[in-house]
Each structure stands twice: as structure tokens, then as C-alpha cells.
Design a protein around this ligand. Structure first.
Ligand code: DQA
Length: 146
């Protein structure tokens, strides 16, 4: 089983970016943890981050036939990108939406997600742990056994 952990804009700055909101864990810490956690669950985890909407869409397109599922933190594109929503709907790969912060407890513009209607589920508010939760959910959905 192969899973892509895909992170969007500004998540490359994790650890230094608003640590009161997003914590002190870096993206590289999260990616390393996802790879080892995935291994324990019987999944090969690949990781990608981009600040560019089109690059994220390209990554979703090229996941078809390559990855069985995607863990996606689309950052602020979550709240704006119909194009990302359409890309997910087009590839028919199960996606679990993740956010470090609880987007529903923040500004109202963060309450809307264009990813949620095309994701199998959403995990938010648990910080970096959310990525492990998403991998668990995706593995269970895919019927992966370690
Ligand atoms: C985020 C929440 C988004 O609203 C924000 O724009 C981000 C990070 C999160 O992980 O909590 O960039 O996706």
C-alpha cells in the first residue's frame, strides 16, 4: 500500500511559523514520523510539499496508479480552491483531510473547506498527531494490515 502525504502552502515553515497555533514540530519531523509510522502500519509513505496550487493539483493527478490514498493538508487552499476539490474528485483516490489547528474554532473564513466534500473524512485540532490519525484512518479504509 502506498500513501502520499501532501502538504500545501506555508507548511514548509512549520516549527517557526506561529508556533502558538501550529506548534514547534517541523514539517521534516512530521514527514519522518509519517514514513516510520506508515512502515509500522504496512504502508509505504511518500511526502511532498508545495506552495503552488498547480503543483498540488499535478501531484494529485500523478498519484493515480501510483498511490492508494492521500493525506492532504492543503493549508489556506482548503478554504479557496475549487480546483483542488475538482482534482480530488477526478482521480478517485481516497483522501483524508488534515489540519494541525482546529479550523472550526478559528476565523469564520477557515470554517469552509472545499476539500471536505470530496474527502473520506477530516481530522483537525490535534497538531502533528493528526497525520498519524489520518494514516490510521486511511489504512483502515484501504484494509491495509501490517
Ligand atoms: C492549516 C489551517 C489553515 O486554515 C491554514 O491556512 C494553514 C494551516 C492547519 O494545518 O491548521 O495554512 O491547514
Amino acid at each position: 500500500t502506498s500513501i502520499l502525504v501532501l502538504n500545501g502552502p506555508n507548511l514548509n515553515l512549520l516549527g517557526q511559523r506561529q508556533p502558538d497555533v501550529y506548534g514547534h514540530t517541523t514539517l521534516s519531523d512530521i514527514e519522518t514520523d509519517c514514513v516510520s509510522y506508515g512502515e509500522a502500519c504496512g504502508c509505504a509513505v511518500a511526502c511532498l510539499q508545495s506552495n503552488h496550487e498547480g503543483a498540488l493539483i499535478d501531484a494529485i493527478h500523478s498519484s493515480k496508479g501510483l498511490h492508494d490514498g492521500i493525506v492532504l493538508n492543503a493549508g489556506a487552499y482548503t478554504h479557496t480552491s475549487i480546483a483542488l476539490m475538482d482534482a480530488i474528485a477526478s482521480v478517485e483516490i481516497p483522501v483524508v483531510e488534515v489540519h494541525l489547528s482546529n479550523i472550526h474554532a478559528r476565523e469564520s473564513f477557515r470554517h469552509t473547506s472545499y476539500i471536505a466534500p470530496v474527502a473520506i473524512g477530516q481530522i483537525c485540532g490535534f497538531g502533528a498527531l493528526g497525520y498519524r490519525m489520518a494514516l490510521d484512518a486511511l489504512c483502515a479504509h484501504l484494509g491495509t494490515t501490517a
